[in-house]
Write a protein that binds this ligand. Structure first.
Ligand code: C5P
Length: 223
């Protein structure tokens, strides 16, 4: 049997992480949220007062940063220099910062190597922007998950509200998502792009159970 490696890519808020988590649980394998790693880099820069658009200073940070993941009851925790920052990375400021730092090849090189190392040792469901194109080009199943901007903003709105982190109006969230989409898909290095052999799924109006069932069906056929 082929080692299970599943890549789930797509724009912010399409539901990648919820779906990836569920699929990993169904299969009893680990889930790696690669966005959390870019967020951890952004958090470190912000805490040090470094502008997340400042390539030189952000790149220098990469020489002395320790990012790692651990799993507790199947849930990923992310550590920055030994500190659990799983909650601290979920603010809007960090979201925008992550989108900025992820444009720098020095940042990507280090994080991609770390992601590939984790996949070398474990069957995995990985979510991100460049998993199917760059991190796991040989993944046995690649999904490109999309959803309308409004639907993604609605989900983000509810998520932030639930966490007590809501500091934006719905329209501001729409504008922010559009900006992140633009950043992520027009950058020079590893832009968000559907891999040629990825299956595109539009999650607008679909329940998570429906999406899980669709993908588990593909998993059974491919592995
Ligand atoms: O997925 P999430 O929204 O947490 O990712 C935060 C940011 O990190 C994204 O906007 C994107 O710019 C960047 N990212 C990336 N490549 C990945 C995962 C995330 O460039 N594999």
């Amino acid at each position: 049997m082929k080692t299970i490696r599943i890549a789930i890519d797509g724009p912010s808020g399409a539901g990648k992480s919820t779906l990836a988590k569920r699929i990993a649980r169904e299969l009893g394998i680990i889930y790696l949220d690669t966005g959390a790693m870019y967020r951890a880099v952004a958090l470190k820069a912000i805490r040090l007062g470094i502008d997340t658009r400042d390539r030189e200073n952000v790149s220098r940070l990469m020489d002395d940063i320790d990012i790692s993941v651990e799993y507790h009851d199947g849930t990923q925790r992310i550590y920055l220099d030994g500190e659990d920052v799983s909650s601290a990375i979920r603010t809007n400021e960090v979201s925008m910062g992550a989108s900025n730092v992820s444009a720098f090849p020095e940042v990507r090189a280090k994080l991609v190597a770390l992601q590939q190392e984790i996949a070398r040792n474990n069957p995995v469901v990985m979510d991100g922007r460049d998993i199917g194109t760059k991190v796991l080009p040989d993944a046995g199943l690649k999904i490109f998950l999309t959803a309308s901007v409004e639907e993604r903003a609605r989900r983000r709105f509810l998520e932030l509200k639930e966490k007590g982190l809501l500091d934006k109006t719905f329209d501001e969230l729409v504008a922010e998502i559009e900006e992140r989409d633009r950043n992520d898909s027009t950058r020079e290095h590893s832009p968000l792009k559907k891999a040629e052999d990825a299956v595109e799924i539009d999650s607008t109006g679909k329940s998570i159970d429906e999406l899980v069932a669709m993908i588990m069906d593909m998993v059974r056929k491919r592995f």
